[in-house]
Write a protein that binds this ligand. Structure first.
Ligand SMILES: NC(=O)CC[C@H](N)C(=O)O
Length: 423
């Protein structure tokens, strides 16, 4: 059997092939792009990539570099130091607006040019040379893509010829002491960052790396820490599509970023990375057909971030008493992933058990994962049951609750199979 995803993507492209929008022309080299190019790629958690259309065509990453460079700056400097220089509020302005906070002169967010020029300058520290910083940015974005990226020198040179507005923005943030280095060098570095060449497969892998808490699904490399990805995805969700961010979040519901060469990425946490390419832009500067493709994918595949996942009502599969080896056992058999909601229903079920001398088997054989909160809740339940007089036996064949130290010197006995399984 052939996996039907490629055919599906081909069909989506066929149905989204309108001709609305205009190719960006303020960078002369971009005006020469073939307006009819159209491509899409998806990357899933194990690194499998599906693609359709002009998937081999490379184009400059442009503003899609912004979330990744923001991630590098956060990883380098820490959240607080970066927040001191760049805010996280949607600006409601165009991408090249002078959107600075009135009192501090801080750019409103890292997804508009003035904020992105600032985050570029934060990579590698204040003393870093222009070349070193550019190389760190190139290498960092390559780690996200799982492939060595290179600069399109023609696009770089072309944009430098018309970079007056970005130069003005850099001088402005420098006048507020937000960036320390030379404004021209900083803009050159930022424009080089925007001229890195990618295709839709690269974009899908880069997006999936953000969606997978910073681990590149192709190379296995932890590119940035998990907390950095949460910050970056949050800012993409609120500011990634510029002035169309509200429309985008309600219609598509996936953290995203667009670029003027026609690329878009979408990163749905834990599920999928999307890359699209079509050079004609809508009035907000987002790829017109790219937006349509993403809307289709989100609707067809139920990818909207705000669609509620199934409720975790059945975390306790079974609970009650069982006779074994001449004695009565209490048992509770849990299932699925244990996060806050599942943990709460488990604690409520355990609270129904009568205090008493019967041993209690807490069976985690069917539990698929336990996050930090789930772990704290289970251990607190074990502590309270023990203080109530129960002898708790943890059945944990796959070690989903390693080192079960419940505090107060309480440690349940752990077994790798159910004590009453053959009862
Ligand atoms: N929206 C964009 O992609 C803008 C990036 C472009 N390099 C600029 O600074 O103008």
């Amino acid at each position: 059997m052939k996996v039907p995803v490629d055919d599906y993507l081909q069909q989506v492209l066929g149905e989204c092939a309108g001709d609305e929008g205009e190719v960006a022309d303020y960078i002369p080299e971009l005006a020469a792009a073939d307006p009819d190019r159209l491509a899409v790629a998806l990357c899933v958690a194990d690194g499998t990539v599906y693609a359709a259309g002009d998937a081999d065509v490379r184009f400059s990453i442009q503003s899609i570099s912004k979330p990744f460079v923001y991630a590098l700056a956060l990883a380098d400097r820490g959240q607080e130091a970066v927040l001191d220089r760049v805010g996280v509020e949607p600006s409601g302005d165009a991408f090249n607006e002078i959107s600075l906070e009135e009192d501090t002169g801080r750019p409103r967010n890292p997804m508009i040019n003035v904020g992105a020029i600032t985050t570029h300058a934060l990579v590698g520290g204040d003393e870093c040379s222009e070349q070193d910083r550019c190389e760190q940015v190139r290498a960092g974005l390559s780690a996200f893509a799982g492939r060595e990226l290179s600069v399109d020198e023609a696009v770089f040179a072309s944009e430098m010829e018309t970079a007056d507005r970005n130069l003005a923005l850099a001088h402005l943030v420098r006048s507020h002491d937000i960036i320390a280095g030379n404004a021209h060098e900083t803009v050159r570095g930022y424009v080089r960052q925007c001229a890195l060449l990618v295709d839709v497969r690269d974009l899908a892998v880069m997006a999936m790396t953000l969606a997978a808490a910073g681990r590149n699904p192709l190379t296995g490399e932890q590119v940035v820490p998990e907390a950095v990805c949460r910050q970056v995805l949050s800012v993409m969700a609120t500011c990634g599509m510029y002035d169309a961010a509200g429309d985008w979040l309600t219609n598509v519901g996936i953290p995203a970023k667009s670029g003027v060469a026609g690329g878009i990425i979408g990163a749905l946490p834990g599920q999928v990375g999307i890359g699209t390419f079509s050079p004609r832009l809508d009035r907000f500067g987002n790829s017109a057909r790219g937006v349509n493709v993403c809307e289709r994918l989100s609707n067809d595949m139920g990818l909207h971030l705000m669609s509620a996942p199934p409720l975790a009502v059945a975390a306790v599969r079974e609970s009650g008493t069982v006779e074994y080896e001449g004695q009565t056992w209490l048992h509770a058999e849990l299932q699925g992933p244990i996060r806050f909601a599942a943990g709460e229903s488990v604690l409520r079920a355990l609270a129904q058990l009568e205090p008493g001398p019967e041993p209690l088997a807490l069976d985690l054989s069917r539990v698929t994962s336990v996050d930090d909160v789930g772990r704290r809740m289970l251990l607190e339940g074990i502590r309270r049951l023990t203080l109530d007089g129960h002898d708790v036996v943890l059945v944990d064949p796959r070690d989903v609750l390693p080192d079960p130290d419940a505090g107060d010197g309480i440690r349940p006995q752990v077994r790798t199979s159910s004590p009453y399984a053959d009862a």
